[in-house]
Write a protein that binds this ligand. Structure first.
Ligand code: HEC
Ligand code: HEC
Length: 367
């Protein structure tokens, strides 16, 4: 059964961080140990080209917590009218995006930003285009209550899960008791998301696997342009390391995307969080993995194709007062641009088999 204590957990967990916890919130602290996944801790296997997945100390992944998170991710019960799940906007068939310019929530309400891919989001130091969430755990419950997304209060969402015939036993398996609270929902979703990894692409096999035949001649030229500081200079932000490549520095930059004629921004991006003028119009560098499958592009979804993106950069982004110093007009021939686009297509890698809709797999076998 639900109780208000479990709903209040998050606030209490924060306060538990300070010594006051002994006096004020002894029960809340006890719960925090109870919300640790039980059972054997899994090592998340990473494909060629990715570093080890960072794991928070209080949420070690287990087979049961990942399974629970996967089920929650695809469950429309978390939306007000049962019309949407996380996967409605982060669809595995569209590289964990929705193919739309900006996200559409319950009842067709429109958000203002493009749904980013969740591929390799496990590695991001901050979540969201403006970095307003510090971890996958911290992010996970936001879309449920967001009126422009799933539009259902956390309290009702938890009550629905508690009434479901199978969830209490799944929470028992994952966390050692049948309690269903927001902290557990967030942890399970985050652990599942940490398994949404893509690597071992033609690029990885060429760059890290020693397979010099994995890329076409055009893609090899595109890679050189991508990394060359005097040509594409893309690697300045879409990072490629010696032994792995996330194609993002996890930082925020102003590329001029979304700048108006007067240099003003409809969406101030990172500035909204930091209020630092250097962050005006700056957005998180997105990963480029599986990017051929995640159109349209940019925080506002305004660029439709990879060619549009390359042309945007060739023109030096959009000039404005806050433009990142790494963005400048670059000289790229038609061939260079075509090579860059071909290279970006080589970043489509293998996805794990067990990140799709678990319900669909059951339906198919019963048909
Ligand atoms: C209505 C569409 C929609 C739904 C439903 C939705 N999301 Fe999102 N998601 C978005 C959009 C749009 C953003 C970017 C918002 C922003 O940056 O301000 C986002 C961002 C994220 C991010 C940050 C990724 C990054 O690169 O910064 C994560 C993680 C995420 N969503 C997970 C989830 C989970 C888990 C659920 C289900 C509980 C969910 N989303 C449901 C549209 C959606
Ligand atoms: C100064 C850092 C920086 C440099 C240099 C840079 N990018 Fe980006 N890139 C970003 C940021 C930040 C965004 C998101 C901008 C936004 O949405 O407003 C982005 C977005 C993209 C996207 C869209 C991805 C998506 O999922 O929406 C692609 C594709 C891309 N960049 C490719 C490139 C290529 C190719 C180059 C080199 C020609 C390059 N970038 C150079 C920082 C950079």
């Amino acid at each position: 059964m639900l109780d208000t204590e479990s709903l209040d957990f998050r606030a209490s967990a924060r306060r538990c961080g300070i010594a006051l916890c002994f006096v004020v919130l002894f029960t809340g602290c006890k719960r925090s140990t109870n919300d640790r996944p039980v059972g054997r801790v899994l090592t998340i296997e990473v494909p060629l080209g990715l570093p080890a997945v960072p794991i928070p100390a209080n949420n070690p992944p287990t087979a049961d917590s990942i399974d629970l998170g996967r089920r929650l991710f695809y469950d429309t019960a978390l939306s007000r009218d049962h019309s949407m799940s996380c996967a409605s906007c982060h669809n595995p068939r569209l590289g964990f995006t929705d193919g739309l310019q900006v996200a559409h929530g319950v009842g067709g309400s429109r958000g203002t930003r493009n749904a980013p891919t969740l591929i390799n989001s496990a590695y991001l130091p901050l979540q969201f285009w403006d970095g307003r969430s510090a971890s996958l755990e911290d992010q996970a419950a936001n879309p449920i209550a967001n009126p422009l997304e799933m539009n259902q209060s956390h309290q009702i969402s938890l009550a629905k899960l508690a009434e479901n015939p199978t969830y209490p036993s799944l929470f028992f398996k994952a966390f050692g008791s049948r309690d269903i609270n927001l902290n557990r929902v967030e942890k399970a979703l985050a652990s599942f998301e940490r398994t949404i990894l893509s690597g071992n692409s033609p690029f990885d096999r060429y760059q890290f696997g020693g397979d010099k035949g994995a890329l076409t001649a055009s893609q090899v030229r595109g890679l050189q342009i991508f990394l060359d500081p005097n040509k594409g200079n893309c690697g300045a932000c879409h990072t490629v390391n010696r032994t792995d490549a996330l194609f993002t520095d996890g930082k925020f930059h102003n590329t001029g995307e979304g700048a108006g004629d007067e240099g003003e921004f409809a969406d101030v991006g990172r500035f909204g969080e930091t209020k630092t003028s250097a962050d005006m119009g700056a957005f998180k560098t997105p990963t480029l993995r599986n990017v051929a499958n995640t159109a349209p592009y940019m925080h506002d979804g305004s660029l439709k194709t990879l060619k549009d993106v390359v042309d945007f950069y060739a023109g030096g982004g959009n000039s404005n007062t806050y433009l990142d110093k790494q963005i400048r007009v670059i000289q790229l021939t038609g061939q260079d641009r075509a090579d860059l686009v071909e290279f970006l297509k080589s970043l489509s890698g293998e996805m794990p088999r067990n990140v799709g809709d678990p319900g669909k797999a059951v339906n198919r076998s019963s048909q």
